[in-house]
Design a protein around this ligand. Structure first.
Ligand SMILES: Cc1ncc(C[n+]2csc(CCOP(=O)(O)OP(=O)(O)O)c2C)c(N)n1
Ligand SMILES: [Mg+2]
Length: 551
């Protein structure tokens, strides 16, 4: 067997369902030969975003694999791998590389060298027989501990080398949990807390700890918020749900974060980011459950660390807490729930005029509100994009089922959402998969809508076209006044049609719901749809600055 055939064979044994790719890379032919579906994109970025969403949808148990050409392909793919790295998403990227003799000769692009800082693991296969151990390491590294992207560079003169027969056993994910004393301590602190909150991150998704999170929150009567990545880890219609936190957040998140005496992070890194909750630390005790010890004391002072898998640890905490409570509850549920409800209701009421506005151009909030009330939310998956669409969508979208929202924000590359929706659709053909983006975002990756058409990946793309980079207007006043620097333009409904998909431009608020229904029907018939809503240049978001201001 040759190296390239061995990689395809190993992928099969690891349960890889698709190879997402951009030529030229010999693995494309080898995978097709081995009956692994090959999906060809229009640029590397979107292909990697698709593999990324696929891994997320499988909670990292199966990981997406992408391959591309050495040199230009590897150079062009950098952004998408960096995005996956910032989000700790497992995936495997297999570029070609220069022949071994030229790997260190400038200007050859040495991928393993250049990708060191945006991968969890990156190596070059220097000896053909080494491919087996390299692939074993790659799959193991991608999904064990803190997940992340892995790069395996195959030099041009290695692909076709003979390696004979080989042995390969599929790898697994290994779980670990904290020591029992730390569990008892955490329960102690939480039982004594006056105003505890739980902050759930994407570790809950990777550990599939959704039921354990719910059981623990209910037993302890603790309100739950999430990071953007953790959104949908806890049903947002649950009476204990505060909603998710990002740049923008519901009033209930803001108020609870400010007033909490104990913050219990579950499967969360507490990474300081402009696109997440910035936790005040004074006077607060932090309990930090994370798979990765490097998160401890990173951006918040960790008072109690629980290093381990979220599912195992939450189960241990629930057991310890049940014993302490002796079958009783803390008796606070009614008070906790009513406080959340009051805060949520007050907040939503203030936003209702925008959410239900009949203004023309349409407000993006009205588009989202109507979308939320038209599609079947539990069987849908949605993702935002960078900029206003993220901050408009995340506070108001009530995710009810696990992994029904793909959140991101450790890096925020415009155009990420399209590939995510496509990857989600590959993982869940039965679900309605949507991305909500702006006209700047579509400018980055829009051509891959053609991939959705050609590869029969019928997503629903919801575009807020305000002919501007509205979010940048407040900080680009001079260049705007002199040179119209935030103006952009395009007719994206026509663009979608030109690429063979369904496209519709909507300008009348009364047409939002009928247009959504038409577009959903198109996706159900196998055709991707793009709804282009002509929207206002909205720049008000539910951010702390706005929440602090009396309405
Ligand atoms: C690759 C990349 N470059 C730059 C940015 C900075 N950025 C964030 S939002 C934004 C403009 C967003 O415009 P649009 O998508 O049209 O949304 P709008 O605010 O107009 O609703 C820019 C340039 C980014 N997030 N990603
Ligand atoms: Mg715009």
């Amino acid at each position: 067997m040759r190296v390239v055939q061995a990689i395809a064979e190993i992928m099969k044994r690891e349960g890889v369902e698709f190879l997402i790719a951009y030529p030229l890379n010999p693995l494309i032919e080898a995978c097709a030969d081995a009956d692994i579906r090959t999906i060809i994109v229009r640029q590397e970025r979107t292909g990697i975003h698709m593999a990324d969403a696929f891994s997320r949808m499988r909670s990292g148990k199966h990981v997406g694999v992408f391959c591309m050409q050495g040199g230009p392909g590897t150079e062009n793919a950098f952004g998408a791998v960096a995005q996956a790295y910032s989000e700790s998403v497992p995936l495997i990227v297999i570029p070609g590389g220069p022949a071994r003799g030229g790997a260190w000769v400038k200007p050859s692009f040495n991928a393993a060298l250049n990708y060191q800082h945006v991968t969890k693991w990156a190596e070059t296969v220097n000896a053909p027989g080494g491919i087996v151990a390299t692939m074993r390491r790659a799959f193991t590294q991608a999904r064990n501990g803190r997940p992340g992207p892995v790069l395996v560079e195959v030099p041009g003169d290695v692909w076709q080398e003979e390696i004979g027969d080989f042995e390969y056993r599929p790898t697994a994910r290994f779980r670990y949990e904290p020591d029992a004393v730390a569990v008892e301590d955490a329960v102690d602190v939480l039982l004594k807390a006056e105003r505890p909150i739980i902050y759930a991150g994407q570790g809950v998704h990777y550990a599939e700890a959704w039921e354990e999170l719910k059981a623990f929150a209910e037993l302890m009567e603790i309100p739950v918020t999430t990071s953007l990545e953790g959104k949908s880890a806890f049903p947002e219609t649950h009476p204990l749900s505060l909603g998710s936190g990002g740049v923008a957040m519901p009033g209930s998140v803001y108020q609870h974060v400010r007033e909490a005496d104990v913050v219990f992070g579950v499967g969360a890194s507490f990474t300081a980011t402009g696109f997440g909750i910035r936790f005040p630390t004074a006077g607060k005790t932090f309990i930090h459950l994370t798979i990765d010890p490097t998160d401890v004391n990173k951006n918040i002072p960790t008072d109690h660390a629980l290093i381990g898998d979220a599912k195992l640890t939450l189960a241990a905490l629930t057991e310890a807490a049940s014993e302490r409570l002796g079958g009783k509850t803390r008796g606070r549920r009614e008070e906790v729930v009513s406080r959340i409800k009051t805060q949520k209701d007050e907040w939503l009421q203030k936003w209702m005029p925008k959410l239900t506005s009949a203004a023309v151009p349409i407000t993006p909030y009205r588009v989202l509100w109507d979308l939320l009330h038209t599609v079947d939310v539990p069987s849908s998956i949605i993702t935002h994009d960078a900029g206003s669409p993220r901050d408009e969508l995340s506070p108001f979208w009530t995710a009810t089922t696990p992994l029904s929202y793909i959140g991101w924000g450790k890096s925020t590359q415009l155009g990420y959402g399209l590939g995510l929706a496509m990857g989600a659709k590959l993982a869940h053909p039965e679900k309605l998969c949507m991305n909500f983006w702006g006209d700047a975002a579509i400018g980055m990756t829009g051509m891959d809508f053609e991939t959705a058409v050609r590869e029969r990946i019928p997503i629903l793309s919801v575009l807020s076209n305000n002919f501007a980079m509205a979010m940048e207007m407040p900080v680009m006043k001079i260049s705007d006044a002199k040179y119209n620097s935030t103006d952009i333009s395009g007719n994206y409904a026509d663009f979608a049609k030109a690429l063979g998909g369904y496209g519709e431009r909507v300008t009348d608020p009364n047409e939002i719901v009928p247009a959504i229904k038409r577009a959903v029907a198109q996706t159900e018939s196998g055709r991707p749809a793009l709804l282009e809503f002509i929207t206002s240049k909205e720049i008000e978001y539910s951010t702390p600055a706005v929440l602090d201001r009396p309405y």
